[in-house]
Design a binder for this molecule. Structure first.
Ligand code: CIR
Length: 256
């Protein structure tokens, strides 16, 4: 959770056509842009360099750069998104990471699908939730790709009806994970300290620890109070517009 860099991508006007499980109206582009600017300012305020990539109108969900790659210390792995409309976003990200990393690896097999929103990297392992976007072949290919870098991958499950594994959990520090009860109940966090998201505030589970701050979506006061009580230094960012297309704090950046 200590980072010198982040990559973001400007929200395209086409974001109004972003994928969503349930229709609660289209995101308002201007408001989304202002939340996005607040988010970038919060990352920069920790001292990190934030690289802002230009918008890609052909890809309505392309602001959610997290899903396109897994950034590790030794190198980056380009994903193969399981949503057909998002597959091309990974190739758009690769050249940028190639400039920043000595080694770039790729999920390549035609039957492998994996989006990094399903990946939680902790200090001791990489947890990958199988989901509607991430399949067993994708997890197996990632496992092979990072083995010689010394990473252990553990396959877990994203709860049914939840978009990504990290929709429901976030790493807070070396041993602490913020998680919904429905995810923690699967037992996947045994050995970690879990801070439970307050009941009814499940949409507040997607946050990021970024250097000395925890960046959380605003509107989840009971969960916020639990994090404050645990001693974390919070920054709240509006997420009403991204939430309409199932996006949150982790989705909006690649961090390394
Ligand atoms: C999608 O369905 O792919 C986008 N509308 C939301 C992606 C959110 N990304 C993430 O959780 N890492």
């Amino acid at each position: 959770y200590s980072f010198t860099h982040a990559i973001t991508r400007r929200p395209p006007l086409s974001v109004t056509r972003g994928l969503r499980a349930e229709d609660t109206g289209n995101p308002d582009h201007a408001l989304l842009q202002s939340h996005h600017a607040d988010y970038i300012a919060a990352l920069r305020a920790t001292g990190a360099e934030v690289i802002e990539l230009p918008e890609l109108e052909d890809y309505p969900d392309s602001l959610f750069v997290e899903d396109t790659a897994l950034c590790l210390r030794e190198g980056a792995v380009i994903m193969r998104p399981g949503a057909p409309s998002r597959l091309g976003e990974a190739a758009e990200m690769a050249p940028h990471l190639a400039q920043l990393y000595r080694e770039l690896r790729r999920i390549e097999a035609a039957d492998s699908f994996i989006e990094a929103g399903d990946i939680l990297t902790t200090e001791s392992e990489i947890l990958v939730g199988r989901s509607a976007r991430t399949n067993a072949a994708g997890v197996a290919e990632l496992t092979r790709l990072v083995a010689d870098w010394g990473y252990k991958v553990r396959e877990v499950h994203t709860p049914p009806g939840v978009l990504h594994f990290k929709t429901d959990c976030s790493l807070m520090d070396g041993e602490t994970i913020l998680a919904t009860d429905r995810l923690a109940a699967s037992g996947c966090f045994t050995g970690y300290r879990v801070i439970a998201v307050a009941e009814g505030e499940e949409a507040g589970a997607n946050a990021i620890r970024f250097n000395d701050k925890v960046i959380v979506p605003s509107g989840f006061p009971r969960t916020r109070d639990r994090l404050l009580a645990a001693g974390f230094d919070l920054v709240e960012i509006g997420n009403s517009e991204c939430a309409k297309i199932d996006g949150g704090m982790s989705c909006l950046s690649l961090r390394f």
